[in-house]
Design a protein around this ligand. Structure first.
Ligand code: NAP
Ligand code: F7E
Length: 354
């Protein structure tokens, strides 16, 4: 067991919640930041059984990436050994609507944290992890993407994350900080936000399986992503932060699948065989057995600019840190569908008995 203190920004998010559980298991004292919201936003922590208790190892604090002093105050008071900057406006599609805010939170937010560490005189002993992303590669023509592949971000989200990426590199070189980037490819789980395509699909499949809805409305069926499991990702994040030397690492599975394949696999979990008919916005996914239309394309889910293909090359992280994804694409989809069906059935039962 280790006796270190970690500060996780964005602990209420998918990765924040899994990372908190992972570090607590290792014996860390974990402090997480949360935002004030008008309704409770800690359901993921609840699902993992993470409740702050007086005298316990898990603590929650209010802070916001756009409020530099809130971060400075926390770092000064907690003196963490490790800072994991996971907080972000993480929805690429939404970043086109709230572009300036996305820059403030995702780009400047990282600068606020790095500056706080420097000004507090902690640069020589704090380890800093930045949640960088495969969105940095954008619509570039080269794949599989590795640490040397040029960045060509094509969304406000991606451009904002570029600021955070290079700031992390610059603080490493300029102030000898142990500051690292994890360039993470898409990673999912039953705790994934419901607007991301994987969870949107698995929720729809669960609702169709339980007779709550007829059809899934979807955007670009042909986009391809390197989808891993968030539990594997947080293990990789920790290994990056523990490495003797700081650095930049791609965390990916090395496999890529289209949105279309994800949908087929998710429907297969409930015994439905999806057949595709039509083209472009008129394409439909039909259940071969029943003839029912289960998937329709809706252009409102298209983006102004799209990242067509992501497939990461995790050779460096395998070679230097011995890390690799363990949970397969098939296991991931099955776990997500089964979790959504179980949750929905529990809700329906609760409604019937109340
Ligand atoms: P997520 O589920 O959307 O969680 C984001 C977290 O950031 C939430 O706790 C959110 O709080 C918090 N947050 C948002 N804006 C904030 C602000 N202005 N100040 C403070 N906190 C703020 O994202 P995730 O999937 O866990 O991803 C974690 C990090 O990895 C993000 O930085 C994301 O951009 C990056 N990333 C994710 C993936 C992926 O596939 N999941 C891949 C590459 C990189 P609320 O709960 O209140 O919303
Ligand atoms: O989209 C397409 C969409 O929103 C994946 C974030 O965690 O990973 C995530 O960003 C693909 C895109 O994730 C729908 O156009 C089709 O090509 O699940 P997504 P994302 O944009 O890849 C990266 C690595 C991050 O860093 C981000 O924080 O699926 N797609 N139809 C759709 N996407 C959504 N959301 N909804 C649809 O109906």
């Amino acid at each position: 067991m280790v006796s270190k203190t970690a500060l996780i920004t964005g602990v209420t998010g998918q990765d924040g919640a899994y990372l908190a559980a992972y570090l607590l298991e290792k014996g860390y004292t974990v402090h997480g930041t949360m935002r004030r919201s008008s309704a409770p936003n800690h359901y993921r922590l609840d699902r993992l059984g993470l409740t702050p208790q007086v005298g316990g190892a898990f603590h929650l604090h209010y802070a916001d990436l756009t409020d530099a002093m809130s971060l400075m105050r926390l770092i000064a008071a907690l003196k963490p050994d490790e800072i994991y900057n996971l907080a972000a406006q993480s929805d690429v599609a939404v970043s086109f609507s709230v572009a300036a805010y996305t820059h403030q939170a995702n780009g400047l937010g990282a600068v606020h944290l790095l500056e706080a560490v420097r000004h507090l005189g902690m640069a020589s002993h704090v380890r800093y992890y930045q949640a960088s992303t495969s969105e940095l590669y954008g619509d570039g023509p080269v794949w599989p993407q590795n640490e040397e592949t040029p960045f060509r971000p094509c969304s406000p989200y991606g451009v904002a994350k570029l600021t955070a990426y290079w700031s992390t590199v610059n603080y490493r070189h300029g102030y000898q900080m142990h500051a690292s980037n994890g360039i993470l490819f898409n990673h999912e789980s039953p705790l994934r936000g419901p607007n991301f395509v994987t969870r949107k699909v698995t929720i729809a499949v669960a609702e169709i399986a339980t007779g709550q809805r007829e059809c899934l409305m979807i955007g670009n069926l042909n986009a391809k992503r390197d989808w891993g499991h968030a539990k594997d990702s947080v293990d990789g994040i920790w290994h990056i932060t523990q490495h003797k030397e700081p650095g930049d690492y791609v965390l990916a599975t090395g496999e890529t699948h289209s949105v279309r394949e994800f949908i087929e696999r998710a429907f297969a979990c409930i015994g439905a065989d999806i057949q595709w008919q039509g083209e472009g916005v008129h394409e439909q996914g039909i259940d071969r057995k029943t003839g029912k239309v289960r998937v329709q394309v809706d252009p409102q889910f298209f983006r102004p600019t799209e990242v067509p293909l992501l497939c990461g090359d995790p050779s460096k992280v395998r070679r230097e840190l011995g890390w690799q994804h363990r949970i397969s694409f098939e296991q991931l989809v099955t776990e997500m569908v089964e979790s959504d069906i179980a949750q929905l059935k529990a809700q329906l039962t609760a409604q019937l008995t109340s």
